[in-house]
Structures are given as C-alpha cells and as structure tokens.
Design a protein around this ligand. Structure first.
Ligand code: G3P
Length: 195
C-alpha cells in the first residue's frame, strides 16, 4: 500500500505541472486560460498561433506522465507504473496549484501509454491522425482514440492496463463535456481555426 500511495503522490505532483500555462506565460502570450477554449493543453496553445509552443506543450505534458510511469515501473513493476501514470493524469486534470482547474488529459493519457504499453501510442496516433484528417476536430479525435485504446488493450490481453485506461477515458470524456456540447451544436473549433 505504501508503494501504491508513493506512486500516486509522485505521479500527481509531476502531472500537476501545467506546461501549457508556464510556456505561454514565459513566451509573453498572457494567460492561456483567457484564450480560445480556456484550456491549458496543447490544442489551445496552438490557438495562439505558435506551433512550436503547442508541440512543446504536447511533448512535456505527455512526458511528465511517461516519467512518472517509467520511474514507478522500474522500481515497483508495471502496476505501479500504470498507477503513477494515472496519478499524473489526475494531477494534470486537477492541479492543486491552479485551484484544481486543469486540462483534459489527452497528452498525459498518451504519456502514460508510452510508459506502460509503448506500442499503443502508435494505435492512438493512427486513430487520432485519421480522425483529424477526416474531421479537423482535435477534441473528437481524442474522444474516439481514447475509446479505442482500452478495447485494444483488452484484446491484446492487458486487462489491468485496459481497466485503468478505461477509467481515464471516462474521466477525460467528462472533462470534454463543453467540447461534446459544441460538437453536437456544430460550434466546436477545428484545428487551424482560432477561438
Ligand atoms: O486535448 C484537449 C482537446 O481534446 C480539446 O482541447 O482546447 O479544444 O478544448 P480544447
């Protein structure tokens, strides 16, 4: 239990570093929370028009979860790794530093996969990129990719990782509520569109 608790606290603290907010602030772009969707993630950083900053946000937000997962995995095994990745995801969604108002967890979802089931990142990327090509919606693409991942994990006989990723899918969908409403209303912004 102390291992699980340690992995959770360590993962949470790493995950709660809001790279999107820090990078845009450092670049003098103001508060990302008052731009576009108001989200602190890479998709919203892209709306500032700075592609490099958006890529850096995606990478760093993903890698904080990977780091948490890989370190816990190395010391205490795959379950601890998955738990630490999950905690990093929660840290990103509910960071204590931002009054528990964080992101939607897509990058940390990918980062956790990279740490505990790396080949699944290719599945995520294939689904996400195909969906983006067809629809140009970042949110919808992530919603579909996060549905596919637990199913594939289940079929390749990784039931414990599948379960944790399924929980992350449900929480991330929950955090995408406003996006889902906009998608239904036809008002969701597409990649390449501002606002
Ligand atoms: O990664 C989050 C994405 O799915 C939606 O972001 O800024 O359009 O709400 P945003």
């Amino acid at each position: 239990w102390s291992v699980a608790l340690g992995a959770l606290i360590f993962g949470y603290l790493l995950g709660s570093i809001p790279f999107g907010l820090l990078l845009t602030r450092a670049a003098g772009l103001g508060d990302i929370r008052s731009i576009g969707s108001g989200n602190i993630g890479a998709t919203n950083v892209l709306r500032t028009g700075n592609k490099k900053l958006a890529a850096a946000t995606l990478l760093l937000d993903a890698l904080k979860a990977t780091a948490a997962a890989v370190i816990a995995y190395a010391f205490f095994g795959k379950d601890a790794g998955t738990l630490a990745g999950f905690a990093a995801f929660l840290g990103h969604l509910y960071p204590v530093w931002l009054g528990f108002k964080g992101g939607k967890g897509v990058a940390t979802y990918i980062g956790t996969l990279l740490g505990v089931a790396p080949w699944m990142v290719l599945v995520f990327a294939a689904v996400w990129l195909s969906m983006v090509k067809i629809t140009k919606y970042s949110s919808l693409s992530a919603l579909v990719a996060t549905l596919v991942i637990p199913v594939v994990l289940w079929f390749i006989n990784e039931p414990r990782i599948a379960l944790v990723m399924a929980i992350m899918t449900v929480i991330s969908w929950w955090k995408h509520e406003a996006n889902i409403r906009r998608l239904i209303a036809g008002t969701e912004s597409r990649i390449g569109q501002k606002g």
